[in-house]
Design a protein around this ligand. Structure first.
Ligand SMILES: [Zn+2]
Ligand SMILES: [Zn+2]
Length: 295
C-alpha cells in the first residue's frame, strides 16, 4: 500500500453507484459535528455542540436526530464532545470511541449516563453498516484519532482527520484510496504568527500537538489524491487565523500539482451546515447553507 503517486495512477472507481454522504453540521473551535450516511445507516462523528444547537443544525440541514444510529468521537475536547453525553441521553445514541477517549469523556461528563462502546484497539469495528478503523494523530488530548469509515456494502470510504498537531508517518497510508476526505486546515501560519493570540496559545496551535496549518493540510490532501477521490472538505478553520480563500487556495493548488483532476474542495463553516458532499460527486440535498441564510 503505497502513496504519494500521481492522481491518475492506480485508482479504481466506485462500483454500483455506491454513495457515502458527508454533511458537515458545523466545524471549528466552537464545535464540530459531521453526519455520515452510508448504505445501511448514519453516524454522527463528534458532538461538539449543545443539544439545542445540535437540534437546530439538524433542522437546518433538513435532517433529524432519529436518523443517527451512533456517535463516533475523534477525541474528548469540548469542541468535539461537549454535547455527547446529553445528546446521547436524549436521543439514545451509543457513543463509540477508543477506551482512552471514553475514560476521559466519563471524567468530563461527571457521571452522566452514557451507553459507551469501545472501538477495537486493532482492526475494524462495525458501526451502523460502516467498518470503522482508526489511527493515532498527535494532539494534546487523551487519544486523538483519525478515522476511516468504509461502507461495508459498497466499499466506499470516507476519511476524517481533525485536530492534528502534525502529520505523522504512515497517516497517508492509513488514508489510502479514500472517496471523500474531511481534513483539518486550521490556520494560515503567517496570520497566526502576526495575529492577536497570546504567544503561548500561538505556540500551542502551531506546535506538534496542536493543529494543522493550511500548508500541512494541503500537503496531506495531495498525498491522498488519486483518481477515485471524489471530494475534499476542509474543516476546523480558525475564524481568527484563517480564511476560507486561503485554506481552499492552498489545498486546491497542492491537489492540482498532484495531478488531481476534480475541483470538489469545500470549506466547512463554523456556524452553519455545509451542503452535503457525496462520493458520487453529487449534492445530496438543497444547499443547507443557502437555506439557513434564507431563514
Ligand atoms: Zn477541535
Ligand atoms: Zn482538540
Amino acid at each position: 500500500m503505497t502513496h504519494g503517486g500521481r492522481a491518475d495512477e492506480g485508482a479504481s472507481d466506485l462500483v454500483g453507484g455506491a454513495v457515502i454522504t458527508v454533511t458537515m453540521l458545523g466545524s471549528g473551535s466552537r464545535g464540530n459535528a459531521i453526519l455520515i450516511d452510508g448504505s445501511e445507516g448514519t453516524v454522527l462523528v463528534d458532538a461538539g455542540f449543545g443539544v439545542r444547537t445540535l437540534a437546530k443544525r439538524f433542522e437546518t440541514a433538513q435532517r433529524a436526530p432519529d436518523d443517527v444510529g451512533a456517535v463516533l468521537l475523534t477525541h474528548e475536547h469540548v469542541d468535539h464532545a461537549c454535547g455527547a453525553a446529553a445528546a446521547c441521553d436524549r436521543w439514545s445514541w451509543p457513543i463509540h470511541a477508543t477506551s482512552a477517549t471514553l475514560a476521559a469523556l466519563s471524567v468530563q461528563a461527571s457521571g452522566s449516563p452514557m451507553l459507551t462502546v469501545p472501538l477495537a484497539e486493532r482492526g475494524a469495528t462495525t458501526v451502523c453498516g460502516f467498518s470503522v478503523e482508526h489511527a493515532p494523530v498527535p494532539h494534546d488530548a487523551a487519544d486523538c484519532r483519525a478515522l476511516v469509515l468504509t461502507d461495508v456494502r459498497s466499499g466506499a470510504r470516507a476519511g476524517i482527520v481533525l485536530d492534528a498537531g502534525h502529520v505523522p508517518d504512515g497517516l497517508s497510508d492509513f488514508l489510502d484510496r479514500l472517496d471523500l476526505l474531511v481534513l483539518e486546515s486550521n490556520h494560515d501560519s503567517a496570520l497566526l504568527t502576526n495575529g492577536p493570540y497570546p504567544w503561548p496559545l500561538k505556540q500551542r496551535i502551531s506546535g506538534g500537538q496542536g493543529h494543522l496549518s493550511n500548508a500541512e493540510a494541503a500537503h496531506l490532501a495531495a498525498a491522498c489524491a488519486h483518481r477515485g477521490l471524489r471530494g475534499v472538505v476542509l474543516a476546523h478553520l480558525s475564524e481568527t487565523n484563517n480564511t476560507p480563500d486561503l485554506a481552499l487556495g492552498a489545498s486546491r493548488d497542492a491537489l492540482r500539482k498532484a495531478g488531481w483532476k476534480r475541483d470538489s474542495v469545500s470549506a466547512a463553516p463554523q456556524r452553519l451546515p455545509l451542503s452535503p458532499v457525496r462520493t458520487d460527486g453529487g449534492v445530496g440535498r438543497p444547499a443547507a447553507t443557502q437555506l439557513a441564510l434564507g431563514l
